[in-house]
Design a protein around this ligand. Structure first.
Ligand code: SAH
Length: 233
């Protein structure tokens, strides 16, 4: 069996019981370690699983190059898919898990790995988790959307027209991958002061940072793990 298991946004207590039980039974858990020009970083996913009692020998780390050029990451996903298929062919009874941050069906790298595995004739299963933007809203309290409001999610990149349509709408706008659109967000905060602006970094992790103060947001350098939620109320 091949499972995509969602880990949730970072706080180990936000994983589902179903995901935890599947990790506990897994023979191998394919886990990304971000790499940059500075070398290997710590794997948040691996640290979280260790804190939940997952055994070191279950965790199989794979390097995931983090850069705007996606070629390295795509190559890494292909290598993982090949390895998962090879292992499943030689051990059909093995329970193999590929972990994903947040929910594995929401802007997740699992998509690329899954496509490769399915193309090789294997079926994959998916366990849902708490997406980061849902965890962000619970830090604010209240409703992300209510009554007739709509919610638009922008994954960091959009056309100038899409941005201005979003800000001029009466709806809730969630922006993921903050590092890709820092200047657009900072400009919009100045142009649309009537909207409420909420900013989140590394939710559920030790370096979590949250602010709803426009000036404080202007002073931040947005990391990749940031989310902006803008509401009209
Ligand atoms: N599958 C994930 C999203 C992956 S896309 C989910 O369900 O949440 C990656 C983006 O998610 C990051 O650029 C960031 O915007 C957001 N993200 C994921 N985890 C986060 C966290 N703990 N804190 C803040 N943003 C996070």
């Amino acid at each position: 069996m091949i499972y995509f298991v969602s880990l949730g946004p970072g706080d180990p207590e936000l994983i589902t019981l179903k995901a935890l039980h599947t990790l506990q039974r897994a023979d191998c858990i394919y886990t990304p370690v971000p790499t940059t020009s500075k070398g290997r970083h710590t794997s948040k996913a691996a640290e979280m699983m260790r804190s939940l009692g997952i055994r070191e020998e279950q965790i199989q780390l794979y390097d995931l190059p983090m850069s705007k050029d996606r070629d390295g990451a795509l190559e890494a996903y292909t290598l993982v898919a090949d390895e998962v298929v090879r292992r499943q062919e030689s051990e059909p009874e093995a329970l193999l898990v590929i972990v994903a941050e947040g929910d594995c069906g929401f802007y997740s790298s699992s998509a690329y790995i899954g496509e490769h595995i399915e193309a090789r004739g294997f079926t994959t299963h998916q366990l849902c988790g708490v997406p980061a933007f849902i965890a962000c809203n619970s830090l604010l309290g209240g409703q992300l959307v209510q009554l007739e409001e709509q919610c638009t999610v922008i994954p960091g990149a959009a056309t100038a027209e899409e941005w201005s349509r979003a800000w001029q709408s009466p709806h809730t706008i969630v922006v993921m991958k903050g590092s890709l659109c820092e200047s657009e967000i900072k400009e919009a905060i100045q142009r649309y002061p009537e909207r409420r602006w909420h900013y989140f970094e590394f939710v559920g992790m030790p370096k979590e940072f949250v602010t709803s103060d426009p000036e404080e947001i202007q002073g931040r350098t947005f990391p990749y793990f940031s989310i902006i939620i803008s509401k009209c109320r």
